[in-house]
Design a protein around this ligand. Structure first.
Ligand code: HEM
Length: 510
């Protein structure tokens, strides 16, 4: 209701402004011969700039505009100067050549409302010592090859729980909400890696307050917010985002505090704090804080946990949902992926991580899903720390820089038949998602590349392979596979507007 009211106020605001002002143009003027100009962009309305050109799905609106204005384009949203990148060459310039200058962040209003940007690994500028420490801690204590290996058994256990939940639905011949099931699986993997607790439940009657708070937080952060463009609106909270975010984060921080305090008490009871071999992330962070020179406090730990849940759950689960949707829409591709899995796993009864390396077609299915449905279609907004020249254009200091990886993934000059789901295009090719191939960077690249990549590239294929190995899949009666609704909703992550429901049918062979 508050959101609708906010949108109505916004439309009114825009129309009044449009009545009073005339068009201006953004084409930058060459100040003197040889001087660098800002990138081209569409004409702007005074005050609101180009806000009226951004629809519900900004990545789509930007992709359309880039067809006219080119791979590096200027837009203005209220007081916020923005540059949108839409080609692999331009992405390379931003994410590699000028990575250092363009690695600042542009925190949204909701992030500021929590003071999260002052302590967050996602939002701190990359030049800050605190960011470097948080990033190093995350990489070493969560995502190093040793830590990924140490949590392998946990992921296998969570896949077995997912398969067992699907088996129950299969016996009842019931359709399952794939988005919810994969979200709960990912949530439990991450909550166990962080502090050895299950926080999600497949049983909808037992749905936990924590699970609801994570989902609520993501929705609120993903909502459009006028205060991002007009900072003076911050205190009015027209769309109610700040209020919703506060409610959800209060709940999450309270839960985190409970887990951290329990760990501290447990550590005090033990004589040798570090004797436990199988420590989780919070254990490891507490060990770190006990060092004299450590500049990390409980508040930092709570915000770091918030970042990991915020960045790590929805991204994984929506990728699995998109992959399953594409496979159900393309039965031949589904059959081919299943045939490969059956051939490699045979009668073993369970898919293990070591099997994944033997499944190149499945790997291609995952890449094709990242190409068409990147979880963060504009990456996480970056900001210019200083004036910088990109492809001959000036990107002034403090400009927000968005890399439209969604548009690059669907560009016909980069991909043949870009709108078709064809994993075959990756077979025998060297293209990967690890930030070196600028036509496919769903995890970003450079110094701000997603640190969770090593975990995500384990979870996504393993979950997909487990679902495809144990079950055949049917769409509910009234849905025809070619007509499966693939509409997207832009938010913190790019979601399927209508969650995928599918019926698991237990395979007879294993
Ligand atoms: C399919 C899964 C995932 C996708 C597609 C994804 C994508 C991204 C993207 C695009 C960025 C911004 C990169 C940039 O600015 O260039 C990012 C940043 C980040 N991701 Fe992920 N991510 C995924 C999973 C995870 C997981 C599992 C975690 C942790 C548990 C995680 C934690 C983070 C963090 C902390 C950042 C901020 C890094 C920084 O700003 O320095 N992500 N991710």
């Amino acid at each position: 209701m508050e959101i609708i009211l906010g949108q109505a106020l916004f439309l009114l605001f825009c129309s009044i402004l449009a009545c009073f002002f005339t068009f201006s143009t953004t084409r930058s003027k060459r100040k003197s011969p040889g001087a660098v100009v800002t990138p081209p962009g569409p004409p702007r309305l005074p005050i609101i700039g180009n806000i009226h050109l951004v629809g519900k799905n900004p990545h789509r609106s930007f992709a359309d505009l880039s067809k006219t204005y080119g791979p590096i384009m200027s837009l203005k949203f209220g007081s916020l100067n923005t540059v949108v990148i839409a080609s692999p060459e331009a992405a390379r310039e931003v994410l590699r050549t000028h990575d250092q200058i363009l690695s600042y962040r542009s925190p949204t209003n909701s992030i500021r409302s929590l003071n999260h940007h002052k302590v967050s690994v996602v939002w701190l500028p990359s030049s800050s010592a605190h960011w470097r420490m948080l990033r190093k801690l995350s990489v070493n204590l969560l995502f190093s090859p040793q830590r990924i290996e140490a949590t392998k058994a946990l992921r296998l256990r969570k896949m077995k729980e997912l398969v067992s939940f699907m088996s129950e639905s299969s016996e009842r011949e019931e359709a399952v909400d794939i988005s919810r099931a994969s979200f709960i699986t990912t949530l439990n993997i991450i909550s166990n890696i962080l502090f050895s607790v299950d926080l999600g439940s497949y049983d909808s009657k037992k749905s936990s307050a924590f699970q609801d708070a994570v989902t609520g937080l993501m929705e609120a952060i993903g909502n459009p917010d006028l205060a991002n463009y007009f900072p003076f609106l911050r205190y009015l909270d027209l769309q109610g985002n700040t209020k919703s975010i506060k409610v959800c984060t209060d709940r999450l921080f309270m839960a985190f505090r409970g887990f951290i305090n329990a760990k501290i008490a447990e550590r005090l009871l033990r004589n040798n704090h570090n004797e436990v071999s199988n420590i989780d992330f919070v254990d490891a962070l507490l060990q770190f804080t006990e060092r004299d020179e450590a500049e990390l406090n409980t508040n930092d730990i709570e915000h770091l946990l918030l970042d990991m849940f915020g960045a790590g759950t929805d991204t994984n689960s929506s990728t699995v949902e998109w992959a399953m949707s594409e496979l159900l829409r393309n039965p031949k591709t589904l059959a081919k992926a299943q045939a490969e899995i059956d051939r490699v796993i045979g009668q073993k009864g369970v898919v293990e991580e070591s099997d994944i390396l033997e499944l190149p077609y499945l790997a291609a299915v995952v890449k094709e899903t990242f190409r068409l449905h990147p979880a963060a279609p504009l990456l996480v907004p970056r900001k210019a720390e200083a004036d910088v020249e990109v492809l001959g254009y000036l990107v002034p200091k403090d400009t927000q820089v968005l890399v439209n990886v969604w548009a690059i993934g669907r560009d016909p000059s980069v991909w043949e038949n870009p709108m078709k789901f064809e994993p075959e295009r990756f077979m025998g090719k060297d293209i990967d998602v690890k930030g070196r191939d600028y036509e496919l960077t769903p995890f970003g690249a450079g110094r701000r590349i997603c640190p969770g990549l090593p975990l995500a590239v384990k979870i996504v294929p393993l979950m997909l392979a487990s679902l495809l190995y144990s079950f055949d899949w049917k769409l509910p009666n009234d849905v025809v596979s070619e007509e499966l609704d693939m509409d997207e909703t832009f938010g913190l992550t790019l979601h399927k507007t209508k969650p995928l429901h599918a019926v698991p049918v237990k395979k007879r062979t294993h």
